[in-house]
Write a protein that binds this ligand. Structure first.
Ligand code: NOJ
Length: 542
């Protein structure tokens, strides 16, 4: 496989609304991101995925775009955006823009025009259907609860929205739509960005009449066309968000020979704590053997025909320490353990803001504390369906997206150094203890484990390219694997539990490279792993 810069990269996701406010309106902004570039550069990342900063009425916090070529006023101006790109570049950091083209906002000029009348030239930019027996065209459901069809009273037709009513789906079968999107992408490429993260890209080939949303028949055709019309001949990185991808599907997207995307986000591991065939809100305990199985499958299946992204967190997912670790007694240990397990795998690692200091979920006790449209809609739907308030809140506390969206914790001041105003979403009270300032002061903090792992990857090609091999015959809770290269190997071990576990270190002349417990000697032979203990050993392969 031809080596590209993004094979070696570590990406940091910024959710701008919650990262750093500089003008006191309680909402993060682009100047805020600029002001923290030195921090990110010190951490060692070389790519930022910036969640949407385009003009938007914020029904879904910027994932509902009303103008792709303008910046949301709350975040700043186009000049700020250009400054961010150039300031990042000075530090060797590329900016990946979020490309949200499955849908627009209903306030986008295309939709404003489209809904005027059936003959409007923009009508066909969206997906319209006549009522069926005075009702919705079919039973397709929106991911944000309720029907995916909304009646437009004025014209008497329904439009499709896989997300909120204010996020009408674009009609990708319309060539003009595709061309507009390509032009818009080129506008951003010309500004010097490093690539695109493509929002729910697996749904652009949908066939709504047949109830097909993901992986529609023309999906890959559209992506190849997009590749040719925009980034294909540039050295850019692209990552597609694809909820339904299997390893075989992942190859369709990311096999370099097919000229589509650099890589995708697959979500198989993320779904392991939800009941099969049900919603993300229907909780079940994580099976660690399943987690090992799924991640190992992804590690070994793509080979030369694809590339993995590696992540535990993003702005849609609960914080990993609260989710599968221990955010109380073993917050530091479990945070470092997850970092070690992920960053030593093959693929491009992603860090979600605050993950590097071990931020945790923020449990709520009432709906009035929730900002996220997905949680709010689900609450009303389930309440009407007879679920108890307690049960619904349990689901929101476990899986709600606000968990990841509370403001970044920079210091222990009143609003965690995020804003001097009133933050748009509550700051986690644990910022008194968990914050960047404290993390930087303490050489044993989670931050320095991330920094070290990033540095290791930069300096060792074998972490990027080495073969992955699961170590079998361990207790269920122990996740151990090898990374093998021609002349060296890495052994990575993590105890995903708050109990001690037995483990046998294979023979080899290992040295200790990373660990999450104070430890000077190299683990050898039969050992007892402490709660959430994790380490990395290295050996030359003679
Ligand atoms: C996926 C994004 O990550 C999520 O935040 C958003 O709500 C949906 N796509 C719709 O754009």
């Amino acid at each position: 496989m031809e080596k590209k810069w993004w094979h070696q990269s570590v990406v940091y996701q910024v959710y701008p609304r919650s990262f750093q406010d500089t003008n006191g309106d309680g909402i993060g902004d682009l100047q805020g991101v600029i002001s923290r570039l030195d921090y990110l550069s010190y951490l060692g990342i070389d790519t930022i995925w910036l969640s949407p900063v385009y003009e938007s009425p914020n029904d879904d916090n910027g994932y509902d775009i009303s103008d792709y070529q303008a910046i949301m006023a709350e975040f700043g101006t186009m000049a700020d955006m250009e400054q961010l790109i150039s300031e990042a570049k000075k530090r060797g950091i590329k900016i990946i823009m979020d490309l949200v083209v499955n849908h627009t906002s209903d306030e986008h000029i295309w939709f404003v025009e489209a809904r005027k009348n059936k003959d409007n030239p923009y009508r066909d930019y969206y997906i319209w259907r006549d009522p069926l027996n005075d009702d919705v065209p079919n039973q397709l459901r929106s991911i944000f609860s309720g029907s995916a069809w909304q009646l437009d009273e004025a014209t008497g037709q329904y439009y499709l929205h896989l997300y909120s009513k204010k996020q009408p789906d674009l009609n990708w079968e319309n060539e003009k739509v595709r061309q507009e999107i390509h032009q818009m992408m080129n506008f951003w490429i010309d500004k010097g960005i490093g690539g695109f993260r493509m929002d729910v890209i697996d749904t652009i080939g949908k066939l709504p009449d047949q109830g097909i949303t993901n992986n529609g028949p023309k999906l890959h055709e559209y992506l190849q066309e997009m590749n040719q019309a925009t980034f294909g001949d540039k050295d850019l990185m692209t990552v597609g968000e694809t909820w339904g991808a299997t390893t075989e599907i992942a190859k369709l997207y990311s096999d370099p020979k097919r000229n589509e995307l650099s890589m995708i986000f697959q979500f198989e591991h993320v779904g392991l704590d939800q009941q099969k065939g049900k919603d993300k809100w229907d909780l079940q305990p994580l099976s660690i053997s399943e987690l090992k199985k799924v991640l190992s499958k992804w590690q070994t299946s793509l080979g030369e025909e694809g590339w993995n992204s590696l992540f535990w967190n993003n702005h849609d997912l609960p914080r990993i320490i609260s989710r599968w670790g221990n955010d109380q007694k073993y917050r530091e240990e479990s945070g470092k353990m997850f970092a070690i397990l992920l960053h030593m795998m093959k693929g491009t690692p992603y860090i979600y803001q605050g993950e590097e200091i071990g931020m945790t979920n923020y449990p709520i006790s009432d709906l009035s504390e929730v900002e996220d449209i997905e949680s709010i809609n689900m609450y009303h739907e389930r309440l009407a369906a007879g679920y108890s308030k307690e049960e619904i809140l349990r689901s929101i506390n476990a899986k709600g997206r606000d968990n990841a969206r509370t403001p970044m914790q920079w210091d222990n001041s009143e609003n965690a150094g995020f804003t001097t105003g009133t933050p748009w979403l509550h700051v986690n009270p644990n910022h008194q203890e968990i914050n960047v300032e404290n993390a930087l002061k303490n050489k044993e903090s989670i931050f320095y484990t991330y920094k070290k792992l990033i540095d290791l990857r930069k300096k060792n090609d074998s972490i990027v390219w080495g073969e992955y091999q699961l170590v079998h015959d361990t207790p269920e809770e122990v996740f151990a694997y090898l990374r093998l290269a021609a002349n060296e190997k890495w052994l990575v071990v993590g105890n995903i539990s708050d109990k001690t576990q037995k483990f046998t270190v294979p023979n080899g002349d290992f040295s200790l490279v990373v660990t999450n417990y104070p430890q000077e000697t190299v683990p050898k032979g039969e050992i007892v792993l402490r709660p959430y203990e994790a380490f990395v050993l290295h050996a030359d392969n003679k």
